[in-house]
Write a protein that binds this ligand. Structure first.
Ligand SMILES: Nc1ncnc2c1ncn2[C@@H]1O[C@H](COP(=O)(O)OP(=O)(O)O)[C@@H](O)[C@H]1O
Ligand SMILES: Nc1ccn([C@@H]2O[C@H](COP(=O)(O)O)[C@@H](O)[C@H]2O)c(=O)n1
Ligand SMILES: [Mg+2]
Length: 469
């Protein structure tokens, strides 16, 4: 069994049901060019600085403003060594600011795992008890951008080597001490006297000996920490540029991800949670489906139309596209039919049943499509795009029926990068509209982190929370 980054036997990586397949291995099956897979190495940003300089605040601001699961934060605090009972009894004599206080080997091990596409479980450090095993661990998924934050992250050369960008948060020492007293007495269970003792005995000397000398390695120095909005904006822009390099929407201009808001992230959080009841799952999946459908309809062609308002004015608007139909891929796709009917009164909806036929591919078992489908724009419905195999089968059939590729809009809630590569490479003229792109596919072809078997959860065909596809 794998051990975690604390040396405990436990999970590194995992989707619901297994190890994460490094994304580039799977992509290779689709013969993606080297340029497109070159994004496998995450962009690592180190953020160092003296205590209470505002490192955590700055990083939290960046993460909150990006709202993107491709960017993750790692705190060096998670790697504080476990203290012996004796050390805990004499904790006032323990130097938490010396490099030896951190288990840098474990930090390097976690970073390596993340770089190889494996998730890690990191301890949440508790500054009150000085322990890193009392609070539940936090799972960190592999990501495109990793921000590593802590007083000494620029001190160790091996850690520095991992970094593509090094930042030092530089805040006046008096201000830092004032903030530290306030923070440690309010949030970390200390009294003023112990904060001052620790500061003069350990914190200040370690700052002078290790932290300040590490400033010379920084590429960017942020004076005034979180107050420096210009610097934070510049860093945000840089991260966005880095994300853009491997943003699938940039590689494939026909992929559209609906604009993420906290409402949308909240709905995703609920439908992805294994503990969510069937009732709530259906409720929030329906809300998200409705948003995706509305967004998809926005990609249909329109004609200009003028109407007269009740006060006799002319309003110049548009007329909906009339030649339209839905096609759902049975059975999960049927969950999207109601939202489509609610948006397009009287819309015709066809159905396709596609079955996986051993290792030989995918077989069309049943089809019922409008007879004049070739003259219609088609909204193809399936909530999850995983490998893309069933979608490709469905799209091939639509093309065979005479539907122009550019008249197909494929709507789903979650897409795996592998599915996007597969579908977009084959059909560059259709559009994909999705609400989130996930990290990867597992060996078992489950989307990671995904939401389990959508059909089973939506239609309630599993009694327990064992969500197999
Ligand atoms: N710009 C700021 N203005 C006022 N208080 C701040 C500012 N930045 C941080 N703080 C506060 O100062 C304390 C230390 O900030 P924190 O981000 O925890 O620093 P670090 O992680 O570098 O130790 C926290 O209580 C935080 O809320
Ligand atoms: N049990 C602990 C562990 C660490 N500290 C102090 O925390 C500081 C690092 O965190 P910042 O958010 O301030 O960067 C460091 O200076 C340690 O002295 C502690 O007091 N107790
Ligand atoms: Mg901090």
């Amino acid at each position: 069994m794998d051990s975690d980054c604390n040396g405990n036997p436990m999970a590194i990586c995992l989707g619901i049901n297994g190890k994460i397949e490094p994304i580039n291995e799977v992509i290779e099956q689709h013969q993606v060019s080297e340029a497109e897979t070159s994004h496998k190495q995450p962009f690592v940003i180190g953020v160092a600085g003296g205590t209470a300089s505002g490192k955590t605040t700055v990083c939290d601001m960046i993460i909150a403003q990006l709202r993107d699961q491709r960017v993750v934060l790692i705190n060096q605090d998670s790697f504080y060594r476990i203290l012996s009972d004796e050390q805990l009894r004499q904790v006032h004599d323990y130097n938490f600011d010396h490099p030896h206080a951190f288990d840098t080997e474990q930090l390097l091990c976690c970073m390596e795992k993340l770089q190889h596409g494996q998730a890690v479980d990191l301890p949440n450090y508790d500054f009150k008890s000085h322990k890193n095993y009392t609070l539940p661990a936090r799972r960190v998924n592999p990501a495109d951008v990793i921000i590593l934050e802590g007083i000494l992250v620029l001190h160790d050369p091996h850690v520095r080597e991992l970094m593509n960008m090094k930042i030092f948060v530089d805040t006046d020492a008096d201000l830092r001490l004032a903030r530290r007293i306030r923070r440690d007495t309010v949030e970390r269970g200390r009294d003023v006297r112990s904060v001052l003792d620790q500061y003069s005995k350990f914190v200040k000397p370690a700052f002078d000996d290790f932290i300040l000398p590490s400033k010379k390695h920084a590429d960017i120095i942020i004076p005034r920490g979180g107050d420096n909005h210009v610097a934070i904006d510049l860093i945000l822009q840089h991260i966005l540029t880095k994300l853009g390099q491997h943003n699938l929407c940039k590689i494939y201009p026909n992929v559209y991800v609906i604009h993420s808001t906290f409402q949308i992230r909240g709905m995703h959080t609920l439908i992805r949670d294994v503990k969510t009841t069937k009732h709530d799952f259906v409720f929030y999946a329906d809300r998200l489906i409705r948003l995706v459908v509305e967004h998809g309809l926005g990609h249909l062609p329109f004609t200009e139309k003028q109407v007269t308002t009740p006060i006799g004015c002319i309003y110049t608007g548009v007329d909906f596209c009339k030649k339209l139909c839905g096609v759902s891929i049975i059975r999960s796709g049927e969950s999207m039919e109601n939202a489509l009917r609610a948006c397009c009164k009287g819309i015709k909806i066809g159905k396709l049943l596609i079955h996986r036929d051993g290792d030989n591919g995918w077989q069309l078992i049943y089809e019922k499509l409008p007879t004049d489908i070739s003259a219609r724009h088609v909204l193809l419905l399936d909530p999850v795009l995983a490998t893309g195999n069933s979608a490709i089968k469905a799209i091939n059939l639509l093309l065979h029926k005479g539907v122009p590729e550019s008249h197909i809009i494929f709507l789903n809630l979650i897409s795996a990068p592998e599915g996007i590569h597969a579908v977009c490479k084959k059909f560059p003229r259709l559009k994909i509209v999705t609400s989130e792109i996930d990290v990867a596919l597992s060996k078992e072809f489950q989307v990671i982190p995904g939401m389990g078997g959508f059909g089973d959860r939506y239609f309630g065909t599993v009694e327990t929370n064992n969500h197999n596809p």
